[in-house]
Write a protein that binds this ligand. Sequence first.
Ligand code: ADP
Ligand code: MG
Length: 231
Amino acid sequence: MEDQLRKSDTLTVVGELAAGIAHEIRNPMTALKGFIQLLQNSMEDGQYAMYFDVITSELKRIESIITEFLVLAKPQAISYQQKSVVKIMQETLDLLSAQAALENVQFASHYEDQLPDVYCEPNQLKQVFINILKNAIEVMPKGGTVTVNMKQLENRNMLISIKDEGLGIPGDKIKKLGEPFYTTKERGTGLGLMVSYKIVEEHNGTIEVESELGKGTTFHINLPITQAFKS
Ligand code: ADP
Ligand code: MG
C-alpha cells in the first residue's frame, strides 16, 4: 500500500513537471516548424532532402511527446461534469480515424443501450482514450481491428474495454505499464500510459490489462458513474 502511494506521488510530480514543460515547448516548436518549412521551400528541388527528412521526423517525435501531455498541460481548463462517455469515445475514434486507416486498422464499437452519463473531465478522458487507442493501432503494423466495448456494471460503474489484435504483453511486463518512460518502442516516449493511469486514478477508476501473447491485449477502464464516488 505504501509503495503504491509513493508510486502515485512520483507520478503526480513527474506528470505536472512534464506537463508544464510540454506547454512551454509548444510555441517555439510552431516557430521552428514554420521557418524550417520556409527554408525548405527556398531550396532547389531535392536539395538537402535527407536533412529535411531527419528534421521533420525528429519534430514529429517531439510533437508526439507533447500530444501525450496535451490535456495535463492545461490544468486551468479542468472541469468535471456529467457527460456521455459514448460521445467522448466517438469523438476520439473520429479524431484517430485517419491514422487508423493509414495503418489498415479498423474500429468496431459495441455500446450497451441507454448508458448513463459519467461524472468526468471530458478532455482528460479523451486523452486516456487517445493514448490507449494509439498504442492499439501501433501494435498492429499489419492492420487489424480495434474493438471498443462499453457497458454498465451492476455496482454503478462503467466498463470501457479497448481490445487489439497485436502481439500481446508478457505477464511480467504488465506491472511495468504506467511507469514513466517505460517503452519497448524504438521511437516510444513511455508517457502515454503513465498519463492515462494518472487521469483514471483521479477519476477514482482503475485500469486493468488482460493480454495473451500472439493474440492481443485488452485495456479495461472501470469508472464510477456518479459524483458520490469522487472523493
Ligand atoms: P509508448 O507508446 O510511447 O511506448 P506508452 O506509455 O503508451 O508509451 O506504452 C508503454 C509500453 O506499453 C509500450 O512501449 C508497449 O511496450 C506497452 N504497450 C502499451 N499498449 C500496448 C498494447 N496495446 N499492446 C502491447 N503492448 C502495449
Ligand atoms: Mg503510447
